[in-house]
Design a protein around this ligand. Structure first.
Ligand code: SF4
Length: 384
C-alpha cells in the first residue's frame, strides 16, 4: 500500500565528517544557492523543499524501526526476521532506506541527528520548529540535532525565530564562511558579505546554538592570500564560534573555479602557501575561545594543527611552523606521504619505511619541484 503520493524516504549526498554516526534526515534537496565557484557538490541539480508531512513520515518510520531493534535485542533471531519482514511489508518499498538508516543510527547509540541538505534553515521557521518538535517527541534521547546553513539565510531570520528554533532542539549549525574577505567572497560568488557572515554567526551564538565555521585556506589564490587570512581572522574574532574547521582548498573539474585559474583571475596556491596562510590567520585570532579542528578531513595537510584557543595557539602554530621550516625536498616528501595516506605528521618523515615508500613513488612517477603541485592536486581530488 502506498503511504502517500510521491513519498520516498530520502537520504542526501553529504554530511559533515563529525556527523558520521548521525541519523540523516533530508529536509531539503540540494542547494538553493548553488553558485559558489569552488563547490561542485550540487552542480546540475535543482533545489526543492520536501513536504513537512514527508519528514514526519521519515521520522515515524525510523521510530518504528528503532523501537523494533530495541525489542529484538533479547528475542529469537527467527522471530526477529519475521518481525522485520512484517514491518518492511507494512512500510512498503518507499521506505527501504529507512531500515538501513535506522539500523546504522541504532548501532551508533542514537545520539545525534543531522538535517540535510545544504541549508535547512531556508524553510519557514514554523515548519522547522514543527519538524524539530516531532523529532524531540519521537527521540527524546537524541542529544544533538545539527544542520548546515548559509550565512545569508541565517542573517535574515529574526532573533525570536532563532530562539524558537533553538528551543525546539536545533543545537548545532555548520556555516561555510570560507573566507571573511568581501573581495574573495565576490570573486567566488559566495553570495554573502563579511558583515552578513558576522551577523549570522553572532545570531546563532546569541540563540544558544553551537556554531562551526569553515575556513578555506587558498581560496583567494596567491593574489589574495594575506587578505584571506587577515579578513577571516577579523570576522572570526567578532563571532567567536565554538569550532573553526579547516578545509584546505581542493578544486575538482566540477568546480567552475578551474575556469578562473585558466583565465588567470587567480593563480592557484600550493600546500606550502596554504600552510603560510593558515598560520597567518591563526596568528591573528585574538580574544576568542574557539576550538580549531584540522583532523576531521583528510584534505588538510597537517591534522595535528588543532586545539583550543587561546591555550593551544602556540602549539598549533608550532606544528605549522615546523612544516614551513623543512627544506623544499622534505616538504615535497611529506606532501606526497600525506596525500597518499602514508603520513599524518612531519614526524613520520623520521620513519624509514614510510620514507622509502614515498621515495619509490617519487621515482615511479618522476616527481620533482616542477610537477609536484599537479601530482598532489590529482591525489587530493580523490578525497572530495
Ligand atoms: S558551498 Fe554551500 S552554498 Fe555554496 S554552492 Fe556549495 S552547498 Fe551551496
Amino acid at each position: 500500500m502506498k503511504i502517500s503520493e510521491n513519498y520516498t524516504f530520502e537520504v542526501g549526498p553529504i554530511r559533515p565528517p563529525s556527523e558520521a554516526t548521525s541519523l540523516l534526515l533530508r529536509i531539503t534537496r540540494n542547494c538553493p544557492w548553488n553558485k559558489c565557484k569552488f563547490c561542485g557538490v550540487y552542480r546540475g541539480t535543482s533545489f526543492s523543499i520536501r513536504p513537512k508531512e514527508h519528514l514526519i513520515m521519515d521520522i515515524d518510520s525510523v521510530k518504528k524501526w528503532t523501537d523494533l531493534f530495541k525489542v529484538a535485542e533479547n528475542m529469537d533471531p527467527h522471530e526477529v526476521r519475521s518481525m522485520v519482514n512484517n514491518l518492511k511489508n507494512q512500510l512498503g518499498d518507499e521506505q527501504s532506506w529507512a531500515y538501513s538508516s535506522a539500523l546504522n543510527w541504532y548501532r551508533n547509540g542514537m545520539k545525534s541527528i543531522f538535517l540535510q541538505d545544504s541549508n535547512s534553515l531556508v524553510i519557514k521557521p514554523d515548519d522547522l520548529v514543527d519538524i524539530l518538535t516531532h523529532i524531540k517527541k519521537q527521540f527524546p534521547e537524541a542529544e544533538r540535532i545539527t544542520s548546515y546553513a548559509r550565512s545569508e539565510t541565517v542573517a535574515r531570520i529574526s532573533d525570536e525565530d532563532m530562539k524558537r528554533i533553538a528551543d525546539a532542539g536545533l543545537n548545532r549549525i555548520h556555516i561555510g564562511m570560507e573566507t571573511g574577505s568581501d573581495v574573495i567572497l565576490g570573486l567566488v560568488k559566495k553570495g554573502t558579505t563579511k558583515a552578513k557572515q558576522i551577523l549570522a554567526g553572532q545570531k546563532v551564538k546569541a540563540a544558544g546554538i553551537q556554531l562551526s565555521e569553515y575556513f578555506i585556506p587558498g581560496l583567494g589564490g596567491n593574489e589574495y592570500s594575506d587578505l584571506n587570512a587577515l579578513e577571516t581572522a577579523d570576522a572570526l574574532n567578532q563571532i567567536n564560534p565554538d569550532y573553526i574547521r579547516i578545509r584546505t582548498l581542493a578544486v575538482t573539474e566540477k568546480a567552475s573555479l578551474i575556469e578562473d585559474y585558466k583565465q588567470g583571475i587567480f593563480t592557484r596556491t600550493n600546500d606550502t602557501k596554504m600552510v603560510e596562510e593558515l598560520s597567518l590567520m591563526i596568528e591573528n585570532l585574538h580574544g576568542i575561545t574557539s576550538t580549531i579542528v584540522s583532523s576531521d578531513h583528510i584534505i588538510n595537510l597537517l591534522p595535528e594543527a588543532e586545539g583550543h584557543l587561546p591555550d593551544d595557539k602556540e602549539k598549533i602554530l608550532s606544528v605549522l611552523h615546523g612544516y614551513l621550516r623543512l627544506s623544499e625536498r622534505e616538504q615535497m616528501l611529506y606532501r606526497i606521504g600525506r596525500r597518499t595516506g602514508l603520513m599524518s605528521s612531519v614526524h613520520d618523515l623520521d620513519n624509514s619505511s614510510y620514507r622509502n615508500h614515498v621515495e619509490e613513488i617519487i621515482q615511479q612517477y618522476g616527481i620533482d619541484n616542477t610537477n609536484v603541485d599537479e601530482f598532489v592536486d590529482s591525489l587530493m581530488n580523490r578525497f572530495i
